[in-house]
Design a protein around this ligand. Structure first.
Ligand SMILES: [Zn+2]
Length: 713
């Protein structure tokens, strides 16, 4: 449904420099020319990490990193507080992040389980070492002294931001607390990281086996489908079967019999006690950590460095948004109910296992399934279109490097970006096809961040985008064609990549996507608009066989996306509220999470909770976003305003591209998101554009939901 992004925000983050203040002036829309060999990183191991060739190399890389970090940490401990101290911190953070970030990528996508296992093992060691650094008072002291003298030392804006960010991160590790408490906090943070691994692994676990009687099996499933299920055993007179996620999702979304869909729903969303326990332990440990640090809940603790710095404000925004969906949501529910009455002659409420089925059925009847937009969206043409937009807006050019010694799988492609003066400014790896062991969600990974080096040169950004496309989806033409949703996802991840590649911050700790989590999704959501724009789609479609996409087809697609937009938006509100409640309630960690799921679902959605289900055990964002799932809705609201203000008239406007680059993408986290937004939107952060795009124009500006930011907590 939506793509996720893995952004590690280490307490000690690292920073890359970017040159790129030069005038980027590359004309043209040239094709992706293929050239050989650019040296954008010193190392030529896998992922560009020097010395990484075999799984066992992770050990020496991790231990070597600790050794280098120790040298820097020793220098910091004895340093006289100055702006040089901040540089040393960035060096330290850079050493850690350029290995930890790559380990994170490796464990999500490497095709060899041995590589994954070693990356996980040494990630835990390095992560634990980093937590100890965060709790090292002798490292904190020069920062604290620098803070008290900062006005005399006249730190510049970025240095002040760096100082503020480091102090805040270390305080959040309990640096101001007694040594014993600090040790306990480090232990808790390690526990959270290890539970996080376990949780991430269990998200892709097989569905729960289901049991049915012989008669039921015959009545519900065709012989061929029954044969595709794996027989497990006989239990209480019924046959127990197991099936895979893809088959069960197909049953849930398309099977004409309600009982079959209910079976599939229960199989997909129920969980055994141990899976529930993993989530409970994770949430419980976070709750304990927040309380040790003096916060009411983990959501209060997590909101400290965000755009919306208060969970109550987040909740208020979500509830207002939910209220605004009113009449639109009611009309969509009416459609579903009428469809159910026609199909089943039943006026009972729509159940959770019926929603997608009836939405699909209505779409089919309205003939929207016959939209063949993907015939126009050939992968190479889409990539060219994507790079063409970047060229028009930012005067940058992508060139494929086919030598690519850093690749971790034969499908991985490498593109180097150049500015208008022909200087390389960053590298993008695309790993787009599905395969075993690969993380199932589309994701942007940082491999290396921009930072300015001592000699004035730049450490250039290196990014990976991973997706799960079906290779050669059109067997006729031996090409891959994208569903419009896949194109939007590709553009979404490309928006994250541009945020990193165009970053020019001095410290890697503040580069590109290393900004507030509830702001970082804005550029990526903004780029999704390009993938829905008639003018852009026409350009892309011409790139393959010179076929122009008919305007009526794009209009149909947009109308189709509004058909159940109220239900879709409410689902996002439900996920956000659930995430917030799970990280706010004192009852998590003691078996209360299922009860919270039940309460939130019954209160804020029209589809009743189904006894026995524990959907949150597959809610991957619970780990990575930790009470900030609402970031997606905030990003949608902000992106809708910025699109309207800068690009709706002309999506390829150079002037708008310049504004976006200078005010948002270049500055990364070196400026607060509040300041960045104010410079583009003034004080107007209302959801009016977002609601209009959902098909709701009845909400007056007075009562329109609004994102309230602020500094108090
Ligand atoms: Zn994203």
């Amino acid at each position: 449904m939506m793509s996720s992004v893995v952004l590690l925000r280490y307490a000690l983050r690292s920073f890359r420099t970017s040159a790129a203040t030069a005038i980027w002036r590359i004309k043209s829309t040239q094709n992706l020319c293929k050239v050989r060999s650019f040296s954008t990183r010193s190392g030529t191991g896998i992922f560009g990490l020097e010395h990484l060739h075999r799984a066992s190399d992770w050990q020496s890389i991790a231990l070597g990193t600790i050794q280098k970090c120790e040298q820097i940490a020793t220098e910091i401990r004895s340093s006289k507080p100055s702006s040089h101290t901040l540089q040393l911190f960035d060096d330290l953070s850079n050493e850690l992040c350029r290995v930890l970030d790559v380990m994170e990528l490796c464990r999500h996508i490497h095709p060899d389980p041995e590589f994954i296992g070693e990356a996980e093992k040494w990630f835990a060691v390095l992560n634990s070492y980093m937590q100890e650094l965060n709790a090292d008072y002798l490292l904190y002291r020069p920062l604290s002294e620098l803070e008290s003298k900062s006005s005399h030392l006249a730190l510049d804006r970025e240095e002040n931001m760096m100082l503020k960010s480091l102090i805040s991160d270390m305080q959040r590790s309990g640096i101001h607390m007694p040594a014993k408490t600090r040790q306990k906090i480090v232990e808790l943070q390690n526990k959270i990281a290890s539970l996080g691994f376990e949780f991430t692994r269990q998200i892709s676990r097989a569905p729960t086996p289901f049991s049915i009687s012989k008669e039921q099996a015959k009545e519900l499933f065709s012989p061929s489908m029954l044969a595709s299920f794996e027989y497990v055993e006989k239990r209480h007179g019924k046959d127990v079967y197991r099936s895979d996620m893809q088959t069960l999702k197909h049953v849930l979304h398309h099977h004409p019999k309600g009982e079959a869909r209910k079976l599939a729903y229960l199989s997909i969303y129920s969980a055994d006690a141990s899976s529930i326990q993993v989530v409970e332990s994770l949430l419980g440990a976070r709750n304990q950590l927040a309380r040790m640090l003096g916060y009411v809940s983990y959501s209060h603790f997590a909101s400290l460095d965000k755009l919306v710095r208060n969970p109550e404000r987040v909740r208020e925004f979500l509830l207002q948004l939910n209220k605004s969906l009113g009449p639109k949501l009611e009309s969509e529910l009416r459609l579903l109910k009428e469809e159910k009455e026609r199909t089943e002659r039943s006026s009972s409420p729509i159940e959770s296992w019926e929603v997608t089925f009836y939405c699909n059925q209505i779409r089919r009847k309205l003939n929207v399934e016959s939209l063949r937009l993907d015939e126009y969206l050939e992968l190479e043409a889409c990539l060219q279109g994507m790079f063409y937009i970047a060229n028009c807006l930012f005067d940058i050019r992508a060139v494929e490097d086919v030598t690519n010694p850093e690749k971790w799988h034969q499908d991985v492609r490498k593109f180097v970006f150049f500015n208008g003066s022909g200087q390389s400014i960053g590298t993008l790896f695309l790993d787009l096809y599905q395969r075993p062991y690969k993380y199932p969600n589309s994701t942007h990974f940082t491999i290396q961040s921009h930072r300015l080096l001592k000699d004035g040169s730049h450490q250039l950004p290196v990014i990976a985008i991973t997706m799960n496309m079906e290779k050669n989806s059109s067997s006729k033409r031996n090409s891959t064609f994208l569903h419009p949703f896949e194109l939007q996802t590709l553009f979404h991840e490309f928006g994250h990549a541009l945020h990193s590649i165009l970053s020019t911050t001095r410290f890697q700790n503040l580069a590109g996507t290393r900004t507030a989590l509830d702001f970082v999704e804005m550029p990526s959501h903004l780029f999704e608009y390009f993938a829905r724009d008639q003018r852009v789609l026409q350009h892309i479609s011409k790139g393959f066989g010179n076929k122009t996409i008919p305007q009526s087809l794009v209009e149909d697609m947009l109308r189709n996306s509004q058909l159940f937009s109220g239900i879709d938006a409410q689902t996002q509100i439900f996920y956000s509220l659930l995430d917030l409640e799970l990280h706010s309630s004192p009852n998590v960690g003691n078996g209360g999470s299922v009860e919270i799921l039940k309460t939130v679902q019954n209160e804020y959605t029209p589809f009743r909770y189904v006894e026995g289900t524990a959907w949150h055990t597959r809610f991957g964002h619970l780990y990575g976003y930790a009470s900030c799932y609402y970031s997606y809705l905030v990003a949608k609201v902000l992106a809708s305003k910025i699109w309207q203000r800068l690009f709706s008239d002309n999506p390829l406007s150079k002037e708008s591209g310049r504004l976006l680059r200078e005010k948002v993408l270049m500055v990364g986290g070196s400026q607060s998101p509040q300041e960045i937004l104010e410079s583009i939107l003034g004080n107007d952060m209302r959801a009016d554009r977002f609601l209009i795009e959902l098909g709701i124009d009845s909400v007056g500006l007075e009562e329109c939901p609004c994102i309230h930011t602020g500094t108090d907590n």
